[in-house]
Design a protein around this ligand. Structure first.
Ligand code: 5GP
Length: 254
């Protein structure tokens, strides 16, 4: 890892130059942050679990023709991904009221929404990722109307697919956040899902008990944070062999 050139360090991941042009290595850390970095901590083993969970979900999406940046998982904490031009907009899809929706509109947590709602946020740490409208996005040139159409279509297809996948293991997909990138090839540009899909950016509740199994356990100090992530991986059938002791990478990698 030390021999690679670091391109970017985020709150939960590090990006390194990849082995071939147009590729990057995405390294998953155990660091956790919330409330625009005002709360920080370590969730032991999170990086290993999110690497597996995101790989699993992105491979499933690829199977139904939804493009992602993932090439393949390399090891416990790293994936090889395609280098994309990140679109400065994230899409949040909501099925059940939670988080900022409940705070902003006063809708009680747990309310089933009349239909799935897609929201857009402008990626800006200084501004705290503000909610924006399609008008802002196209007027300021963050994405074109055609790109936005593609983004909403992808987001809703992902939602339908993941809702079904998670329901099969008794998990409700309350909401999730997707990042997108432009993947350039010789003759066209495609929009693909970037970043990760994991309990860090999805709200996942047990359908029988409504227990939270995602980063809200950390955000809301609910305790047993690691267990929530482990249980998601276990139900998906991808808990790393060797169980929890397998999660800690060698010291140099942490
Ligand atoms: P909310 O807007 O309710 O806080 O979050 C909506 C969804 O987006 C939740 O699934 C939440 O986990 C995810 N999300 C919101 N902000 C962030 C962020 O800064 N990083 C990540 N990884 N996910 C986020």
């Amino acid at each position: 890892m030390s021999r690679r050139r670091q391109i970017y360090e985020g709150k939960a991941k590090v990006l390194f130059e990849g082995p071939e042009p147009g590729t990057l290595v995405q390294y998953f850390k155990d660091d956790a942050s919330a409330f625009n970095n005002r709360k920080r901590g370590i969730i032991t083993g999170k990086g290993v679990l999110n690497n597996r969970i995101s790989e699993f979900l992105m491979l499933k999406l690829a199977e139904i023709g939804i493009p992602t940046h993932l090439v393949r998982r390399l090891n416990m904490r790293e994936q090889l991904v395609r280098q994309v031009e990140i679109i400065p907009i994230v899409a949040v899809v909501r099925n059940v009221a939670a988080g900022s929706l409940t705070r902003r509109l006063g809708i009680p947590e747990g309310t089933l929404l009349p239909r799935s709602i897609v929201e857009y946020y402008y990626k800006s740490a200084e501004l705290g990722d503000p909610l924006v409208s399609e008008e802002h996005i196209t007027a300021f040139g963050w994405a074109s109307t055609r790109e936005l159409d593609e983004i909403v279509q992808i987001a809703l297809r992902v939602n339908d697919f993941l809702c079904g996948l998670f329901l099969g293991i008794h998990i409700r997909l309350v909401d999730f956040r997707l990042e997108f990138g432009r993947l350039y090839s010789e003759d066209d540009v495609r929009i693909v899902i970037a970043d990760e899909i994991s309990p860090d950016n999805c709200r996942l509740w047990d359908t029988r008990t409504n227990e939270k199994m995602d980063k809200d356990r950390f955000r809301e100090d609910l305790g047993r944070v690691e267990e929530g992530y482990q249980e998601v991986a276990r139900r998906l059938g991808i808990l790393p062999e060797g169980g929890p002791t397998d999660f800690k990478a060698p010291k140099a990698m942490q």
